[in-house]
Every structure is written in structure tokens, then in C-alpha cells.
Design a binder for this molecule. Structure first.
Ligand code: C5P
Length: 402
């Protein structure tokens, strides 16, 4: 099994003179941790705010700070880097660098190399709100977008200049994900719509209590990100859970199984792929008490009625060419139970996984899983990370897409 590796990727991290420059250290660190070779480039004003030594320590690469510094390393000669890089990430990007890039100016290392490169360029703007909303900056952004440059953020919020509004550097985690999507070379889901259910459900019994489950939403999140990496447009119907979906996914929130079923029914006709990863409650309290239930001093019983089976519903209406994937969390006989579910629910692919063991399943980073399909395939994946499961699922999906 070939896992996504970032160690053959190279990124230029351009840091410009916004107060948010220190946040670029986190980006440098997270990219480096993944294996990406990062060449840090600091403009003159950025170097006044954060020392190049920080970036060198984090990336293990020499930071570029000037056009005419003695070249101790011919590797960072600007044309060579411009040609080699898989991505130019400018974070934070000031109004100044946007203006220079929009007008093709080349008066320092970064602006020169931005002209020389044909790699994707991603700007994460950060500046005062008035500077950001100024027609000059907006026109520069429009020009750069029209030329194919990518933008992430800015966020709305409190800025260093004590104003509140757009101009805050967007969360580095979101910048990182956007950068990875741009660097990922396999785009076998381009043009496809992937619909995913994720998280658990809450089935209310009175205004304050519900029946729920331990689903963290991490599997759904891994699936959504893998589909985005591979070029799909992704919608997630998410039940309550701790995991936040990737920035690029369109998220529809649902609380109960019935709400989830309604949202899926709306999205399903336009989906090429449906992955049911949510832990949906099979039953809900039959009666929703209007007031909070009181202690009675005696045992009480609650009648439960069956919820719709969203996966089975999708399986029964599957149209030609649509690929449907289910999950089956089992405490025993995972493969046999998984195979029964795959057939009963009309899925083409199903991930059977064992729950109940420590460090695997609900809430954990890993699954003990098997990949089954309707042609009889039953691959034992072993104990694998959720992002690896997501990769294997979409490898199997891609083989079936028309
Ligand atoms: O029957 P079981 O709940 O174990 O089946 C698990 C699979 O069915 C998962 O893919 C889950 O997302 C889906 N499911 C569903 N609607 C339900 C129950 C389960 O879509 N009401």
C-alpha cells in the first residue's frame, strides 16, 4: 500500500512584513513535519519582525533574506527554486506583496521569484481592514485571481491595530490544508461530487437529554480531506461531534438521524460518490417529552422506535455509475458482519472495523479494519490510521468511477 508522502514536495514559504509573520513559524513547522522541503524567504520588513534563524531552525534550510546576499548555497538561486518548487505560499501576504505581484514588479528576491515560477501560488493575506478593503488592494486581488493565483482568508476578527474586521491571517491549519490540496498531484476525483455523512447523532428524549454515541467524526474528517486532496468537491452532512471539517468542504449540520436522512436525500441525486461514515442511531425515543423528565423514585422505561437507515436508503436508489461506501463497526466477526451489511444495504464498498479494543475505533486515530467489496474482495488492512483508511477507500472508489 502506497501512502501519501509529502517528502518529494518542495515549497517556498514567502513571509512578508505583517505583524502575523510570527504565525508563519507554525506553518513552516507543520509543513516540515510532514516532510515537505521548505525554503523560507523573508522580505526586508518580515526580517524585522521575526528572525531568519527561527525559520532556519524549524526548516533546516537556509532562509533567503536578500537578493544580493553571498550565495553560500547555489540551491537557493532564485530561478532554480522557482523551477523546482511545487508551491509558492505567501503567508502572511501584505498589501505590498499583492500590489507588486499584480503589477509584475521584481525588486526583491520574493517578487522576482514569483514572476519566474510556474508553480501554483497561494496568498494568505493579513493586513489592516482599511488596507484590505481599499479598492487598490481589491483590484490587485482580482487581477491575481484572474491569473490563476489562489487565496485563503483573510479572516474577520480583532487585528493588531485594535480594529475589528476582515484582514486577520486565517488559521494556519486552514492555510496548511489549502497548501496541501494545491501540492497533491493525484487528482483522480476531479470534477466528482463526494457526499459524506460523519459524526454521531443525538436523539432527544426531553428538552435537555438525548441518546448519543461516542463518534468523534475523525473518520469523516479524514475522508473529506482525502477527497479534497484528490480534487473532488465535497459535502459533509455532519452530526454532533468534536472533529471540525476541512475548510474546503461544504458542511451541513444535522442533529438527529431523521435530519441527517433529509439532508442526504437532498444531496444524493447530484453525488457521484456517497460515503456513509456517520454513526447513526438505529433507534430514537418514541416520545419527546415537552418538559424535563422528573425523577420518579422508580425505574422508568423509554420506548424506542426505529430510525431510517440512510445507507440502505441510498443503496436502494443507487443510480448507474454512483459509488456507495458504508462502514460497519463491529465488536465481533467484523468481516462476516460487514459482508452481510454490504449486501443488505446495497453498498459497493464497505469498511468493516473492530470496535471495543483500546486505541482503535471510536475517538481513536486508528482503526482495525478490512476493506470489502461487492465482488468478494476482503482485504485485511490491519491496524491503520484513519487517513490511510480514507486513501484506500478512495483508491477503491476511483477504480469504479466511470
Ligand atoms: O447497521 P449499522 O448501523 O451497523 O450500519 C453501519 C453503516 O450504515 C454505516 O455506514 C452507517 O453510516 C450507516 N447507517 C446509516 N443509517 C442508519 C444506521 C447506519 O446510514 N440509521
Amino acid at each position: 500500500m502506497k501512502r501519501t508522502t509529502w517528502s518529494n514536495k518542495e515549497a517556498v514559504l514567502g513571509v512578508t512584513g505583517s505583524i502575523a509573520a510570527y504565525k508563519a513559524c507554525e506553518l513552516a513547522s507543520r509543513l516540515t513535519e510532514l516532510g515537505v522541503k521548505v525554503t523560507p524567504v523573508l522580505t526586508e520588513s518580515a526580517a524585522q519582525l521575526v528572525g531568519p534563524a527561527s525559520f532556519e531552525g524549524i526548516t533546516g534550510q537556509r532562509a533567503v533574506t536578500g537578493m544580493f546576499e553571498p550565495l553560500q548555497n547555489p540551491e537557493i538561486e532564485h530561478i532554480a527554486v522557482a523551477t523546482r518548487a511545487d508551491l509558492f505560499l505567501i503567508a502572511p501576504a501584505t498589501a505590498n506583496v499583492l500590489a507588486k505581484a499584480a503589477h509584475g514588479m521584481a525588486n526583491d528576491w520574493l517578487s522576482t521569484t514569483l514572476l519566474a515560477t510556474r508553480a501554483p501560488i497561494l496568498f494568505a493575506p493579513a493586513m489592516n481592514t482599511n488596507m484590505y478593503t481599499h479598492p487598490a488592494t481589491q483590484a490587485n486581488i482580482a487581477t491575481l485571481r484572474a491569473r490563476g493565483c489562489h487565496f485563503v482568508g483573510p479572516d474577520n476578527g480583532r487585528l493588531a491595530c485594535k480594529t475589528v474586521g476582515p484582514g486577520r491571517l486565517i488559521d494556519p491549519g486552514i492555510i496548511l490544508e489549502t497548501a496541501l490540496i494545491l501540492m497533491h498531484s493525484k487528482k483522480d476525483l476531479a470534477g466528482k461530487r463526494v457526499l459524506i455523512t460523519s459524526g454521531g447523532t443525538h436523539e432527544p428524549m426531553d428538552p435537555v437529554r438525548y441518546i448519543g454515541n461516542r463518534s468523534s467524526g475523525k473518520m469523516g474528517r479524514a475522508l473529506a480531506f482525502e477527497a479534497l486532496l484528490r480534487g473532488a468537491s465535497v459535502s459533509v452532512v455532519s452530526g454532533p461531534c468534536e472533529a471540525e471539517m476541512p475548510h474546503g468542504a461544504d458542511v451541513i449540520h444535522a442533529e438527529t438521524a431523521r435530519e441527517m436522512a433529509v439532508a442526504v436525500a437532498e444531496q444524493l441525486p447530484s453525488a457521484d460518490v456517497f460515503v456513509a461514515a456517520a454513526a447513526v442511531a438505529d433507534y430514537r425515543p418514541a416520545e419527546l417529552s415537552a418538559g424535563k423528565r422528573k425523577r420518579t423514585g422508580e425505574a422508568i422505561s423509554i420506548t424506542l422506535e426505529e430510525n431510517p437507515d440512510i445507507l440502505a436508503g441510498a443503496g436502494s436508489q443507487r443510480r448507474d455509475g454512483q459509488v456507495i461506501v458504508g462502514f460497519a463497526a463491529e465488536t465481533s466477526d467484523a468481516v462476516a458482519e460487514g459482508r452481510r451489511k454490504l449486501e443488505r444495504k446495497g453498498a459497493q464498498i464497505l469498511v468493516a472495523n473492530r470496535v471495543g479494543a483500546a486505541g482503535s475505533g471510536f475517538g481513536a486515530e486508528q482503526l482495525e479494519a478490512w476493506l470489502l467489496d461487492d465482488s468478494g474482495r476482503a482485504d485485511e488492512l490491519g491496524r491503520v490510521r484513519k487517513d490511510t483508511v480514507a486513501q484506500m477507500v478512495f483508491d477503491a472508489v476511483a477504480e469504479r468511477l466511470p
